[in-house]
Design a protein around this ligand. Structure first.
Ligand code: SUG
Length: 420
């Protein structure tokens, strides 16, 4: 008998973390382009978030940073790190795999026809710097979830359909281990910014995962939200068990969508944040919805693991105070400092991939414990660069330092086979 549980796998923030302004439509990425980054501090912030969640009693795992700069990818483009055009060089260096919510889409075992947990690695094809993540991510998923009686790991959706993984996917269920209704949110092209999730991809993922039609919903993200900087659905909505927590302007046809949710999952508790209390701009600036909405053990209700920016945004914090004082399922607010990631548009929820599975079936090297996190933090403190300016990416010394740092981490976690 397997014991299903939600496990959050965080992407460890890699040693090449920098601000290159690579993501059109992601306001933080554009605003901070060219700033100095602090990879060591960034990574320690991510580790502190994992520690915090373990302390709450939640199951925690992690993924290794990918090998950057991606020399093989530059090779396929017929160039080398020194000669590459600056934006291509920056794309090769990007530490963007830290945002594990974009690693894959996950359908837990109770939802699928064959009773396996299905995962499809995201192709991330819209943004050049993210388009070369999937082979490294796929290798990691195949290793972590290699138990083929329980997991089915699928390759990427083929071009030209964009797929950005779990950031555009929500699941409603009575409890994580029971069958749920899966919601796929897609965008339509035509606005000022790219719509990264295409409906064709969402449908293909649902088919490959063996989901039943009456337990799947496809809904369009509002054009307005994308134009305001919500480049993924998880910037304006989040779900956990029976709760859907969303901004009033998150979805294109809100009433129709809510009606379908109510039909397919009558137990749903929808919490809509009205635009006259929290504007779309404040929601996006504060990353209110990029919180991890989690169920606390021992009937502790639900908690929102929020970025500290949510506390600093007046409208957002007063809304949240009201929310937890009321009688919704959300009882606790936990601000965490992930500012280095936030400055590239990645909040607490972006940094993690939720997998409902029996933790004992996962390759234990990917499961976090306090002492393992201490060891990882030790490697980060010793090897991660303290700071990187984007114009330093031509520096051969930095390249060697970054490669050495990642290698030290793989060795500490006994995961050197990832590079074989
Ligand atoms: O894809 N930022 C990421 C942020 C991803 C956030 N993930 C979720 N919402 N789930 C992106 O836009 C910026 C990189 C740079 O500009 O250097 C970046 O890739």
């Amino acid at each position: 008998m397997t014991k299903l549980q939600e496990i959050n796998f965080d992407g460890i923030i890699g040693p090449s973390h920098n601000y290159a302004g690579l993501s059109l439509g992601n306001i933080a990425s554009s605003t901070n382009a060219g700033e100095a980054s602090y990879p060591r501090e960034a990574s320690l912030q991510g580790i502190a978030k994992m520690r915090h969640n373990i302390d709450l009693g939640l199951a925690q795992g992690f993924f290794m940073p990918l090998d950057r700069p991606n020399i093989g990818w530059l090779d396929t483009l017929g160039t080398k790190i020194k000669e590459a055009e600056p934006h291509i060089r920056a794309a090769a260096y990007s530490a963007s795999s830290m945002w594990a919510a974009n690693a894959a889409t996950i359908s837990p075992a109770p939802d699928s026809a064959d009773g396996k947990c299905h995962m499809t690695v995201a192709n991330l094809q819209t943004m050049p710097h993210r388009s070369h993540e999937w082979p490294g991510t796929l290798a990691q998923l195949r290793l972590a979830f290699g138990h083929q009686d329980h997991f089915a790991v699928h390759g990427p959706i083929p071009s030209p359909f964009g797929d950005e993984g779990a950031a555009n996917h929500m699941r409603l269920c009575r409890s994580h281990g029971e069958a749920g209704v899966e919601i796929f949110i897609y965008g339509k092209t035509g606005g000022p910014f790219p719509a990264r999730q295409h409906v064709e991809s969402s449908k293909e993922v649902a088919r490959k995962h063996g989901l039943q039609d009456d337990r799947v919903i496809f809904a369009q993200q509002s054009d307005r939200a994308i134009a305001a900087g919500a480049f993924h659905n998880d910037v304006v909505a989040v779900a956990n068990e029976q709760v859907l927590f969303a901004h009033e302007e998150a979805f294109e046809q809100r009433e129709e969508f809510y009606a379908e949710v109510g039909r397919k999952f009558p137990e749903v508790e929808i919490i809509t944040v009205p635009a006259d209390k929290v504007s779309l701009a404040d929601a996006i600036k504060s990353y209110l919805f990029n919180a991890q909405l989690v169920t606390l053990p021992d009937n502790g209700g639900m908690a929102l693991i929020l970025p500290t920016e949510a506390k600093e945004t007046k409208t957002v914090w007063s809304y949240l105070q009201e929310l937890v004082a009321g009688n919704s399922a959300i009882r606790k607010l936990c601000p965490v400092d992930v500012r280095q990631s936030m400055a590239n548009g990645g909040g607490p929820a972006c940094l993690r991939l939720r997998v409902v599975a029996d933790p004992t079936l996962v390759d234990q090297r990917f499961m976090a414990t306090p002492s393992k996190l201490d060891a990882i933090a030790g490697v980060v403190e010793r090897y991660w660069p303290q700071t990187i300016m984007p114009d330093q990416l031509t520096d051969a010394g930095l390249l060697v330092e970054i490669q050495k740092a990642r290698r030290a981490l793989l060795e500490t976690c006994a995961l050197t086979d990832l590079d074989n």
